[in-house]
Design a protein around this ligand. Structure first.
Ligand code: NAD
Length: 420
């Protein structure tokens, strides 16, 4: 699976820094503070030799970046993908820092990655890889240090192995060291759907502010994994017609609107949408559909200088992390296309992860409805803060989101000072 080649000028870490720089200019943030905020606190590179089922040895490389922990323990997913790079992990850890600050969680940001195509490993090989990775990054991990979660190609299964490995070394069971665990191990009943549910809630808030109706609005969704599929499900429950979907293998269109539970059942059974008996479109044509809403929910760098002029959607709500380059942002803004940035739009996952962590630390359990309502309240509050900031400063929603996040992080430096 080769990533789409984007006409990009920025590396991902540069892209994250550029987004911050734009907000910093509006805030007139002192250059010294920006220097600190642009430095990842720690990046650990580990080698991961594992025994294959045939007795041979393969050695993979993994990373864990703790970007900034001024607001609390660092939080962020672990992704497994053949194209993972250190630069990408640093960018994703930076975005986690700003995301947690934006939605006002007591966390810093982190991210992990393993360079590997997990579809080429057996279940046992994958387990050995995850356990070895957990062991190698153990010095960084802990409920008050750094708390991993699922991301691309990791799920509750991998989180259970990470929690078990950590617990075995400690000699006691420590459920609060990861989130996104299976429910039986203290996972949240809504963690799996949380990011997609959040994307749908944020879309609803945007449409409400713009005076647009969700009923009958047309949407295209790129990526039909965890985020894409649940976004499609909740949007369709709100009355949105999902007229195009795609995954890494291709795209499909249905002008009447897909029945999302059927698509989800198909993807669950076959591992992807490949072979869906419907109208085919080219994979990347998903981005250029004539729709009210486009949700990129696959990977970063999808909307770039080379294709931003071709986007026909009236609004973009970013399910994926980093799908839009700063150059594309400028084009989209000039064209009057509303973009709800990733750090707001896909924050539902970390919001529910926080609830799971609090539950594990306190030993209390919340009902499903209580969790949904806490997610909803935090997202609406965060959306309103970003909307208000955008109006006040006359900036895009992305720059407004960064301003809200930066203000919170900078405030911690004012009180804590610079050590030593
Ligand atoms: P996933 O692995 O479950 O799904 C990814 C989907 O994207 C798959 O359907 C895959 O086939 C598809 N895809 C990959 N390349 C593609 C391409 N070129 N064109 C079209 N489709 C393509 O991953 P996920 O957890 O849904 O994560 C998706 C994005 O959302 C990532 O950027 C991730 O960092 C971000 N994110 C995830 C969460 C979460 O809770 N899972 C939270 C916040 C952000």
């Amino acid at each position: 699976m080769k990533r789409q080649e984007a006409a990009k000028k920025f590396s991902l870490a540069e892209m994250a820094r550029e987004q911050i720089a734009r907000a910093a200019r509006v805030m007139e943030l002192p250059a010294d503070l920006l220097t600190i905020l642009n430095c990842p606190k720690r990046v650990l590179t580990v080698s991961l030799p594992i025994e294959r089922d045939d007795g041979s040895i393969s050695c993979f490389t993994g990373f864990r970046c703790q970007y900034n922990n001024m607001r609390g323990p660092t939080k962020g997913g672990v992704r497994i993908h053949p194209d993972v790079t250190e630069d990408e992990v640093i960018a994703l850890a930076a975005w986690m820092t700003w995301k947690c600050a934006l939605v006002d969680l007591p966390y810093g940001g982190a991210k992990g990655g393993i360079i590997c195509d997990p579809t080429k490993l057996s279940e046992k090989e994958l387990e050995r890889l995850i356990r070895r990775y957990t062991t190698e990054i153990m010095p960084l991990l802990g409920p008050h240090q750094d708390i991993p979660a699922p991301d691309v190609f990791t799920t509750s299964k991998e989180m259970a192995w990470m929690m078990d490995t950590f617990s075995m070394f400690k000699g006691y069971t420590e459920p609060s060291v990861v989130t996104g665990k299976p429910e039986v191990l203290g996972g949240s009943p809504i963690r799996k759907e949380a990011t997609g549910r959040g994307v749908a809630i944020v879309t609803r808030q945007l449409f409400e502010k713009l005076g647009w109706s969700l009923k009958g609005a047309r949407a295209a969704i790129q990526g039909f994994g965890n985020v894409g599929s649940f976004t499609a499900l909740f949007l369709s429950e709100m009355g949105v017609k999902i007229v195009a979907v795609s995954d890494v293998y291709g795209g499909y269109a249905d002008d009447r609107g897909f029945k999302i539970p059927e698509l989800m059942a198909y993807a669950e059974k076959h591992g992807s949408l490949r072979g869906w008996p419907g109208e085919r479109i080219e994979r990347d044509e998903i981005l250029y559909q004539d729709v009210d809403l486009l949700v990129p929910a696959a990977l970063e760098n999808q909307l770039h200088a080379g294709n931003a002029a071709r986007i026909r959607a009236r609004a973009i709500v970013e399910g994926a992390n980093g799908p839009t380059t700063p150059e594309a942002d400028e084009v989209l803004e000039k064209r009057g296309i509303h973009v709800v940035p990733d750090i707001l739009a896909n924050s539902g996952g970390v919001i529910v992860s926080h609830l799971e962590w609090v539950q594990a630390l306190s030993g209390l359990l919340w009902e499903r409805e209580e969790t949904i309502s806490r997610l909803e309240r935090r997202l609406v509050r965060s959306f309103d803060a970003v909307w208000k900031k955008a109006q006040e400063k006359r900036v895009s929603l992305r720059t407004a989101a960064y301003i809200v996040a930066l203000e919170r992080v900078v405030e911690t430096y004012r009180y804590r000072g610079l050590f030593p």
